[in-house]
Structure formats: C-alpha cells, structure tokens
Design a protein around this ligand. Structure first.
Ligand SMILES: Nc1ncnc2c1ncn2[C@@H]1O[C@H](COP(=O)(O)OP(=O)(O)OP(=O)(O)O)[C@@H](O)[C@H]1O
Ligand SMILES: [Mg+2]
Length: 339
C-alpha cells in the first residue's frame, strides 16, 4: 500500500479558486485562467508514494513542484482532492494532530537551508528533537551522531553564517535525519550547490538511504539528479503529471513527445543500469563461473569496460541469483535508440 496517497489534487491560487476550478473543468486553460486572475498550480494529481523509496518530483520552474510537496505536510490546502499518509486523511486533521504529524513523521529540507541563525550547528541539528521534548543530553548525543555522518564534526559550535553553502546544506540534511521521521521532504535541497559538492551530497544521500530506508520525496528541476537519485520519478508539466515511472521507464518509454524531448540529451550509459540490456540466461546453459557475473544494478557505464572486447556475454546477478545476461551488441542497440 502507498504510504503517501494523493488523489484528484487541484490547487488554484487567486481570489475565487473554487469557481476557477469549475472553469478549468469546463475546459478553460492555464493561460486563459491567468488572464482572469487565477493561477492553476496543480490539476488532477493522482500519486502513490511507497514506503522506503526515493520519489523524485521533477519539472521546469513554475510547474508546481513546491506546491505539490507542501500538500504532504499541509503547509497549504488544495482547492480539491485528498492527501493521506498511512491511510490517515491529512486534510481532516485537527491542528494538534497536524503538529504531531509534522514533528514525528515529516522532516523538510529547504533550498534556502531554513536554519536558525542564532543557534549553533549542534542546536540546529537537535532542533526537531527539542520540539519533541527530548532531553538535552540525549538530543545532543543524537545530533553529534548525525553531524559526524554528514562529515561536519568540529563545527558543532559554529553558527550557520560561519559555514559555506554546502556545509549549511549538510546541516539541513543532518537536521532532517536527526528528527528521526520516516518521511523526508527535500525541496531543491541541492540545487544551490556547485556541481562537485552537489554530486558528493547525492552520493551521501544514496549511501544513507541504502542504510536507513526512509521515504524521501525529492524535488529537483535537474534531470540528471532525478535519474540518479530516484527509485521512481514523476514529471510535472504545467501542474499536471506528464509521467510517473522508474528512471529506465522514463528514458526508454517516454509518455509523450515533450517528455521524449526532455530526456533526449541524457547520458544513457550513466543513467541506465545494465539490467536494461538484459536478455534471459539460456535455460539449458550451466550456471556461469562467479567471475563471469556482474551486479545487475551497476550502470552501463560501469559495466562497459568489462564488456568491450569480450566474445561471450556476461551474466547478471542480483543478490545470489543469476537473472540473465548481456552482450556488447545488446548494449549497443540500447544506446543507439537515443538517436
Ligand atoms: N502563494 C502563491 N500565490 C500565488 N501563486 C502561487 C503561489 N505559490 C505558487 N504559485 C504559482 O503556482 C505555480 C507553481 O509554483 P511552484 O512554486 O509550485 O513551482 P515550482 O515547480 O516549485 O517552481 P520552481 O522550480 O521555480 O521552484 C506558479 O505559477 C506560481 O506562480
Ligand atoms: Mg519550487
């Protein structure tokens, strides 16, 4: 079952959103609605986010990403539709229930860091636990653990203003992780960083996630970031969902011409796992020796050096099981579909 379930969600900004929604349902488009003083931010969104996945929401600026994620912790109310977490209707919650939900289950990492300027790094990271009433010694101990995990040890007593942008972003990440919530919402959390630091933090997030298995809703307008991080990716366009799928599905079977144009320039060898080129292991063949098998979840780029110049296919393994095989020809065909 989905952990976060969104149904029929529509959000319109302006003085008379309900009326405007009727007009949208009668066929008025976004531009015409804007001329009448209303912004159609989201329209008819159905989405299921599963426990333990990194779910990426991507789209161009203004496509509705931040608006969508703010419905999950109900920073805004929709014009129509429903949001539930673990079967509980978020829109029906009383203020005290909503506060409890935000403190215990939802942490948010903002693009602008959202750190408290007058608090030290240590107190910023421990802040979520403080709100929850965890005693000082315990929350500081837990905060130190996460500060170490994001490689900021030694900076515990610094103020945010004494840190670089990348370091502040790490504090934001440590704070979200330290809050010990099962859901983490990240709105363009890495977008302000330079490419090298950004790539490092993406790697750290993937490593931490493999260990922690939180549910992460990650917003980005960067396709490479979306494909690297996402177990699944939703593409928003003008407030509507253009496609939801695994990175492989979005690349190999774009839902329409616009998504296809969007993904055309992606480096497929890097974005796709070798599994995308898999064919069955012949039923009558004996199992391969261990040195002829590679992990099916490696990227094509990682496996290519092992494939080049080979005459026999490589076996693919997942866990301890042989799941199929790949040949250089199959990989070449797959990459050729790009043009
Ligand atoms: N509080 C608001 N009042 C009026 N319009 C709003 C408000 N918040 C968002 N919008 C409008 O809703 C649309 C979606 O905005 P949103 O912030 O969700 O986009 P986004 O995809 O997060 O963009 P970006 O990548 O630039 O952050 C935009 O047209 C925006 O102008
Ligand atoms: Mg935004």
């Amino acid at each position: 079952m989905a952990l976060i379930r969104i149904r029929g969600l529509s959000t319109i900004f302006g003085p008379r959103p309900k009326e405007a929604l009727q007009q949208v349902r009668a066929g008025v488009d976004k531009a015409a609605l804007l001329a009448r003083g209303h912004t159609l931010a989201l329209h008819d969104i159905d989405l299921d986010i599963r426990a333990g996945e990194i779910f990426v929401i991507m789209g161009l600026s203004g496509s509705g990403k931040s608006t969508l994620v703010r419905h999950i912790n109900r920073l805004i109310d929709p014009t129509a539709g429903s949001v539930s977490i673990d079967g509980e209707d978020v829109l029906a919650m009383r203020p005290d229930e909503l506060i409890a939900l935000r403190r215990r289950r939802l942490a948010m990492v903002f693009q602008g860091f959202g750190l408290l300027a007058h608090l030290s790094v240590l107190d910023n990271v421990a802040f979520g636990l403080e709100l929850r009433g965890v005693a000082r010694a315990e929350r500081q101990e837990r905060a130190r653990h996460w500060i170490e995990r994001v490689a900021l040890q030694g900076f515990e007593q610094h103020r945010p203003s004494q840190l670089s942008g990348g370091m502040r972003q790490r504090v934001g990440l440590a704070r979200a992780l330290c809050s010990d919530t099962d859901i983490i919402l990240m709105d363009e959390a890495f977008s302000a960083l330079d490419p090298l630091i950004r790539s490092q933090l993406q790697g750290e997030l993937l490593t931490l996630q493999a260990e922690l298995g939180r549910t992460v809703v990650f917003i980005t307008h960067d396709l490479d970031e979306a494909l690297r991080l996402g177990d699944r990716v939703a593409i928003l366009r003008d407030g509507r969902l253009a496609q939801v799928g695994t990175p492989g599905e979005v690349l190999m079977a774009p839902a329409d011409e616009q998504v296809a144009a969007f993904v055309r320039d992606v480096n497929r060898a890097r974005a796709l796992t070798i599994d995308a080129a898999r064919v069955p292991w012949p039923a009558d063949a004996p199992p391969p020796p261990p040195e002829r098998a590679v992990d099916a979840d490696l990227s094509i780029e990682q496996v290519l050096p092992m494939l080049v110049g080979r005459r026999t296919p490589l076996a693919l393994r997942r866990g301890g099981t042989i799941v199929g095989q790949v040949s250089m020809d199959a990989v070449r065909d797959l990459l050729a579909q790009q043009d």
